[in-house]
Write a protein that binds this ligand. Structure first.
Ligand code: PRX
Length: 659
């Protein structure tokens, strides 16, 4: 979002007036991991000292010399400078000499129904073997490892094995296309790819290895591809290339070592790169480092979800997204939590799959997405009501603003009005949760993520960077560095500065709009840049536009997000065809599939409108804002800068005819 000032904050103005308030349950006030009401003031009085005490939760080989070294001009934040540690040690080894070695670390359910439980001891063994295997195939400290896998325990193991040897991982969500995978492998300069023969989703096989082969064919730097057999050759045949490809199990069997000494890495050593969509076609590789990130996610996991040894915690996200990195793997495991992991879709074999998992494993903490909650609402209460879910005690949401109606349903039908809901606002860039209730301390309001986490200095400002009065929309910014923050965009520090730090020097621009109410609660109002939030996942409109234009029949395309009942937002594209091509329903369908193929199914447009031209300024910039006005039935904003105002009337007519 290089220039947010071009956006009109009035479009994200106050839409919610919500007065219902839900105080923390009595029981929790007495027992929660964080129950000191003074914590906010204490943290604010000494932000760096607050995070420093949080870092003491981890095991360090060498204590840091300086807690924070912050250069706001070059935008370099270094946390716990001089300290050394290992993330895999902190998530696995340190539970070995305690009773937790025999505690379940991962309770995994495959979509077809099989269950595998790995204790922390099992996890320790597997992480060591996998780390040894990675070493043997030539992965050294600092080398990037790309991971494209289904939700199987080996995915979590792979992350921890990479961390163990100091090799930054870059996980690519298994729903992404060959092209998206290729781009991320190339950008991260990964030399090894870990993948699988496939995975299950909604009763169907996803051919991950076929996609991986297409991607790797264009990635000359990939020396080895290790393939985990999730399906087995009886179910699915895959193409292996001699010399490059090895089976996961065979590679493990050929590895003799059973213990790999964890690398004692610098606090600022890269732990992973994770790609996010931006306002240009090229995804941004957010680089997270070890000491600060782990401190952040370890503390937030403990306080926000109140994870105790008696809990069974389930985050339904995929490890391919940041939520899975921070709140399935690193945060919960640093706390020795028992984590449920589920491979497949929520509607398989029936619409009560989630609720059956909760009942079967006694899940006590559930962390999921508003889009899922809206789907469950539509499916009906009879599905959750079939199951005993009395084990639940805390509910969470993430990924997009939750509409109060969905919040109330979640509270009543799933939580039985007995479980606090933590609506957590954060981003791939922030590493950890930033705005959220603490369940024993903050009364919740449906639709508000409530207060900044202690040690997070958030504000809502106007274009000039001044704090806006309560109940006024503005830019959500973070005014003090925090340990989980992304340190740079991989290979492009300039872009990192430009995107997040240039608008307000020394202040982090989130890209979201927000307002604060009279209680100091934050209400998130959605993106202020050209990013669409589909089911809690970010897609840049530019990415979809580039995908459309890559089709030989397309001359130009403009993409916008429109409200969508289940997904939060859906993608609508306005397309101009090259001469010789005729608009038709088939053409629209073909282009929708083309986008799904180029980026992934997530980005498939809901609707494509063919128009003779697109509304542009005299300097040829497409005015998406006006297209949004049309799509949302608003009075058209300022059209005086348009090169040809007639075009707009035509598009408006086209759109209205369809409604
Ligand atoms: O717009 C905000 C929305 O999701 C964006 C971050 O997306 P991503 O990096 O993919 O990470 C998603 C998981 C952390 C934010 O800029 N968002 C995320 N959580 C919330 C939210 N919007 C409102 N309320 C939330 N709780």
């Amino acid at each position: 979002m290089s220039n947010p000032s071009q956006n009109d904050l009035s479009t994200i103005d106050v839409v919610l007036h919500e007065d219902r308030k839900f105080p923390p349950p009595e029981g929790l006030i007495a027992t929660a991991n964080m129950r000191d009401p003074n914590i906010y003031d204490r943290a604010n009085a000494d932000v760096v000292g607050f995070w420093e005490s949080a870092a003491s939760r981890l095991n360090w080989y060498r204590h840091w010399d300086t807690a924070l070294d912050w250069d706001p001009v070059g935008v370099h934040a270094r946390w716990f400078v001089g300290g050394t540690l290992n993330a895999s040690y902190n998530c696995v080894d340190r539970h070995m000499n305690t009773w937790r070695q025999n505690k379940a670390a991962i309770i995994w359910e495959g979509e077809p129904g099989e269950v595998r439980t790995l204790t922390y001891r099992d996890l320790y063994r597997e992480v060591n073997r996998t780390a040894a295997m990675l070493r043997r195939i030539g992965v050294n400290k600092g080398d990037r490892v790309a991971i494209y896998m289904p939700m199987v325990p080996e995915l979590a193991i792979a992350l921890l094995a990479c961390a163990r040897i100091g090799a930054p991982h870059t996980v690519i969500f298994a729903g992404f296309s060959a092209e998206s995978l290729r781009d991320r492998i190339l950008d991260s300069q990964s030399s090894v790819l870990l993948t699988a023969d496939g995975g299950w989703r909604a009763g169907k096989i996803i051919d991950l290895k076929g996609i991986a082969n297409d991607a790797v064919a264009q990635c000359p730097a990939i020396k080895k591809v290790v393939t985990y057999q999730r399906l087995g050759s009886a179910v699915h045949h895959v193409q292996m290339e001699a010399g490059r490809d090895i089976w996961w199990d065979e590679a493990l069997d050929q590895t003799k070592e059973t213990y790999i000494e964890p690398e004692q890495v610098d606090s600022e050593h890269p732990l992973f790169i994770l790609y996010t969509s931006g306002t240009t076609g090229k995804p941004k590789g957010q680089m997270h480092t070890t000491g600060g990130y782990l401190t952040d996610v370890a503390l937030t996991s403990s306080w926000i979800f109140d994870i105790k040894d008696s809990d069974v915690y389930w985050c339904t996200a995929d490890i391919g997204w940041v939520t899975g990195h921070s709140y399935i793997v690193y945060g919960p495991m640093a706390n020795g939590a028992t984590c449920v992991m589920y491979e497949g879709g929520p509607g398989f074999p029936d619409k009560d799959r989630y609720w059956s998992i909760i009942e079967k494993h006694g899940v006590s903490i559930l962390y999921t997405a508003p889009t899922s909650i809206r789907t469950f609402m539509r499916w009906g209460e009879e599905y959750p009501n079939k199951h005993d879910m009395s084990s639940l005690r805390i509910l969470g949401t993430v990924g997009e603003p939750i509409n109060p109606e969905a919040w109330m349903w979640y509270n009543r039908v799933i939580g039985k009005e007995n479980c606090p809901i933590v609506d957590t606002w954060w981003q791939t860039e922030t590493g950890g949760i930033m705005i959220t209730p603490l369940p024993a301390l903050v009364a919740t309001k449906p639709g508000s993520a409530t207060r900044p986490f202690p040690g997070i200095v958030a504000d809502v400002v106007d274009r000039a960077g001044n704090s806006v009065p309560n109940n006024t929309g503005g830019y959500l910014v973070i005014k003090h560095p925090w340990p989980g923050m992304s340190r740079t965009i991989w290979g492009d520090h300039e872009r990192y500065i430009k995107t997040y730090w240039e608008q307000f020097p020394g202040i982090y621009l989130t890209g979201d709009g927000a307002r604060r109410d009279d209680d100091g609660y934050f209400w998130l109002l959605g993106r202020i840049d050209d990013v669409v939030n589909i089911s809690g996942h970010r897609i840049g409109t530019m990415e979809v536009e580039s995908a459309l234009v890559s089709d030989p029949s397309v001359a130009e395309a403009a993409v916008i997000g429109v409200p969508h009942e289940i997904k939060g937002q859906g993608i609508v594209a306005f397309v101009t065809l090259k001469s010789g091509n005729t608009p038709s329903e088939e053409k629209a369908q073909e282009l929708r599939e083309h986008v799904a193929k180029v980026i992934g199914a997530l980005a498939r447009p809901e609707k494509i409108y063919f128009t003779a031209e697109l509304p542009k300024t005299r300097s040829a910039k497409i005015m998406r804002r006006l297209l949004r006005d049309i799509a949302e039935g608003r009075v058209l904003g300022d059209t005086t800068t348009l090169a040809d105002p007639n075009i707009l009337a035509e598009i408006k007519q086209l759109y209205e005819d369809e409604q």
